[in-house]
Design a protein around this ligand. Structure first.
Ligand code: F55
Length: 831
């Protein structure tokens, strides 16, 4: 039918357009004003996308005032500041978060309603800012939210990728296909282009030592590229503090090469310009592997050099001597990706500021802090020396100099220990030689930390053991990860949030910023009415997810079932394979049950979501297996009422916000000692509980009875792997249940008889991630989950207890630990 225009109340539109003072609020006025001016549109054909843009621009005006005020006061007071250097910021959507942090959500909802729009529809128009792969990138986003909410002077620095993480499609055969993510196509109201803030970044060329008795050198020639700033406002929760995330875009220094242009060589004329723009064109979609690609190294240098130049310029405005740099600046390196900042700051201090080597090294090692996110050996970043020499000749010289002095000091402490020198050298021997970035980050930093207690202990006892022996234990610490309760509770689960506020009789402005207040929920586990409401909210969240799946994928989900989720990047160490093989086991068990036995079974819906790195063959094969198992079991009349399985494509922050509040149980089943921390475990536990291999700290907080543990612990892993290699036992003998499942897949029960052999063989041969060691106890743990779920009263109690004890895992706690124990920065009240 014909729609009525304008939507909503005509008088409200007209009054807002005429700017007359009626009951029309300032919000409606600013919304309508943006429709007419910024968007140059008419109220008569405004669609949801236009309404989203108008709302975003209007909210942005509010943020801008606070953002300018915050920047001004930081400049005036010149407190010590911290900078979070991360190649990834997995921000998700902004509008809802901004409305909630400003405390304006209700007013906006009402305002747009009068104009004929629903706030949900408007929020749903926004595209995710998906400039990250997974946990590491999302952690950076949570830390920005917490820094602003805790009023800490922290800025983020990253890259403005034109294309974020790829869009995941699933082919009819069940294969992952990758499509580009053109997130900027609809305009991005949240970024402020700063064409006036730019730096020239050099690549290639020649480095020549002056040889005048100083360590100085010149670096000239090569390619010069422009870094241009785009600023993103980061509002704190119920505070004026609005920090900044500065993202760099690469541009050619000149539009094109005039000489080639005049000579009629038009293609040649734009070539350099294209190669400059390529640097920030796309996010590398690999997690846990490094490829040694020149463009990736270019990204790393481009970003660290621009960020350091910007930080240095800001420091110089204070007018203090360069030796006081570490008193005003702390720089956190998010993994080894920004490690080039260490030789880059050395280069600036020596070649441009004319500082002696030891002064420069003193400044550097008091400025940087390094966070490690993995101990998997294949994930540790290394760069070929020939590539470094070619792209960054001066930095390679500096790295050799750092290495020489470093190894001399090691030799002094451990005379004659040549093995040790080889192990600790920044340069790994081989063809080609490679620079070990984790070692450079370690020796160039004030402190090094892992991201959970267990992981930090592993860092100290495995990959950086020699460095602990050399530098002393006090340099090595732990900051257990956290998540922001604003997005992961208040925003994605608003009903639970208001139940908590009304039950505790505490405004969410208080408990959202001091999550340990949730402990006061504990006595309410005995309150039946509260438990009922708690369960009812979960049920509505499950229906919200079911509705989402129905409208986007066309599947009808049984909302009376237990919702079981595993949502994270696909990786062998995370063992999605264990989960899918467990699902097959459950299916086979159900097929053999009598009707009477089936009556006692609680229905279960298993959800998977997550992306695989495009070149990760085994991970992609796992997706294909999940999709094809789903196809068979969802159609099987014998079982479909008791077991459903879904792979939800294109996992994102926004999808997580729908999935997590709907989950009854979540699976974190990595081989012991391989998952550094995990953060989806924390997100799921804010509402429910988990099965787990290594989430010891969560269990410590919430109580072991609220978590289902299974399988071998970290110390056993090396012995088990040794057994697999030197004394392999046939899987039929060791774990008949698993052998049966593997054989059924091999035989083609889910189609594609031969296709899955490479995946199944990772278990039959070597079994590096120990599925055959843990399968039986995994199945037993799942049975315990089923058993526990039958007692709904006790189950809901466990759920409440879990939420109540999650205070530790707020990213506010984590960011305060960084601020106090590492950066030495203080909160700034923005008046
Ligand atoms: C991205 C790029 C490269 Cl080159 C390497 C790794 C990654 C990446 O995404 N890593 C990642 O997400 N690591 C995760 O970090 C989380 C935050 O600390 C941890 O919780 C999680 O255990 C870890 O795997």
């Amino acid at each position: 039918g014909k729609e009525k225009w304008p939507r909503g109340e005509e008088k409200v539109w007209k009054d807002a357009m005429r700017d007359v003072d009626t009951e029309v609020t300032s919000i409606t006025k600013s919304f309508v004003n943006h429709v007419q001016t910024s968007l140059a549109r008419q109220p008569y054909n405004l669609d949801n996308l236009g309404a989203y843009q108008a709302a975003a621009l209007s909210v942005r005006d509010n943020l801008l005032v606070n953002w300018n005020e915050t920047a001004l006061q930081y400049t005036r007071k010149a407190p010590k500041r911290a900078y979070y250097l991360s190649l990834e910021f997995l921000m998700g959507r902004t509008l809802d978060n901004a409305l909630l942090n400003l405390g304006l959500k209700d007013q906006y909802s009402e305002g747009v309603k009068k104009l004929g729009f629903s706030v949900e529809d408007i929020l749903d128009q926004e595209r995710d800012a998906a400039l990250g792969n997974g946990g590491l990138g999302r952690l950076a986003a949570c830390y920005l939210d917490s820094s602003a909410s805790q009023e800490l002077p922290v800025w983020g620095y990253g890259l403005r990728y034109k294309y974020g993480i790829f869009q995941q499609l699933i082919s009819p055969a069940g294969d992952q296909l990758e499509a580009p993510d053109p997130w900027l196509d609809n305009q991005n109201p949240w970024e402020l282009p700063r064409l006036d803030v730019s730096y020239e970044i050099r690549f290639y060329g020649q480095a020549e030592r002056l040889g005048d008795g100083t360590p100085r050198a010149t670096w000239s020639g090569g390619q010069e590229v422009l870094a241009v700033a785009y600023d993103v406002m980061i509002p704190g929760c119920y505070t004026k503090t609005t920090n900044n995330l500065r993202l760099w875009e690469s541009k050619p220094k000149r539009g094109f090469d005039l000489n080639s242009f005049n000579a009629g060589n038009y293609e040649g004329a734009v070539e350099a310009s294209n190669s400059a723009a390529a640097i920030t064109s796309v996010l590398y979609p690999n997690d846990h592997t490094t490829f040694g690609k020149e463009l990736r190294l270019k990204q790393q240098y481009f970003w660290t050099a621009a960020s350091l130049a910007d930080i240095l310029r800001r420091f110089k405005n204070i007018g203090k001597p360069i030796t006081e740099f570490p008193d005003y600046v702390a720089i956190q390196l998010n993994d080894t990706h920004p490690t080039l900042a260490i030789p880059e700051l050395m280069r600036i201090l020596i070649d441009e500021e004319d500082q002696p080597w030891s002064t420069a090294w003193q400044i550097v090692t008091n400025t940087f802090f390094y966070t490690n996110h993995t101990v998997l050996p294949e994930a540790l970043e290394k760069w070929p020396v020939p590539l470094m020499e070619h792209l960054l000749p001066r930095h390679m010289q500096i790295i050799y100099d750092i290495n020489l002095l470093f190894l001399q000091s090691v030799e002094k402490k451990f005379p004659g220990d040549r093995d040790r020198l080889g192990r600790m050298s920044l340069i790994e021997e081989g063809f080609p030689k490679q620079v070990r970035m984790a070692y450079l980050a370690c020796i160039g930093s004030r402190k090094v930390n892992g991201v959970a207690e267990l992981h930090s202990d592993l860092v100290k006892t495995t990959i950086l053991k020699d460095f602990v022996e050399f530098e002393g234990i006090s340099k090595f610490g732990n900051v257990t990860n956290g998540i922001t309760p604003r997005r992961w509770l208040d925003q994605c689960n608003p009903e639970l949030s208001s139940l908590i506020s009304s039950t505790l009789k505490v405004d969410k402005a208080v408990w959202l910023k001091d999550l340990t207040r949730l402990e006061a929920l504990l006595p309410f586990t005995e309150d039946e009415a509260f438990r009922k409401e708690w369960a009812a909210i979960k049920q509505r969240n499950k229906e919200r997810l079911a509705h989402h799946v129905q409208t986007t994928l066309g599947f009808t989900i049984n909302t009376n079932a237990m919702f079981d989720v595993q949502i994270k990047r696909l990786h062998e160490y995370k063992r999605q394979t264990l989960n899918i093989l467990g699902v097959i086991h459950r299916y086979l068990t159900l097929k053999n049950m009598s009707a009477a036995e089936k009556k006692k079974v609680n229905p279960r819906v298993v959800f998977f979501a997550g992306k695989a790195a495009p070149a990760y063959y085994i991970a992609k094969l796992t997706i294909r297996l999940i999709v094809n198992v789903a196809r068979i079991i969802n159609e099987d009349p014998d079982t479909k009422d008791l077991l459903q399985l879904y792979f939800l494509p294109d996992y994102s922050v926004s999808l997580a916000e729908v999935l997590i509040p709907a989950s009854d149980i979540s699976q974190h089943i990595s081989t012991a000692g391989t998952e550094a921390s995990g953060t989806s475990n924390m997100k799921c536990s804010l509402t429910r509980m988990l099965v787990d291999g290594a989430n010891i700290e969560i269990a410590e907080e919430v109580g072991e009875s609220n978590v289902f543990f299974f399988g071998h612990l970290t110390p056993a892993v090396e012995d088990l792997r040794y057994q697999h290699t030197y004394h392999p036992t046939p899987i039929e003998e060791k774990c008949p249940a698993l052998a049966n499942v593997l054989n059924q897949v091999s035989a083609g029960l889910f189609g594609d008889a031969h296709v899955y052999e490479p995946l199944l063989n990772t278990i039959r041969q070597g079994d590096h991630y120990l599925l055959s060691d843990d399968f039986d106890s995994y199945i037993a743990a799942l049975a315990m989950v089923d058993e526990a779920y039958l007692d709904q009263t006790e189950w809901v109690k466990k759920s409440i207890r879990t939420t109540a004890k999650m205070g530790k895992f707020s990213s506010d706690r984590a960011i305060n630990e960084y601020a106090e124990s590492y950066w030495n920065i203080e909160a700034q009240k923005i008046a």
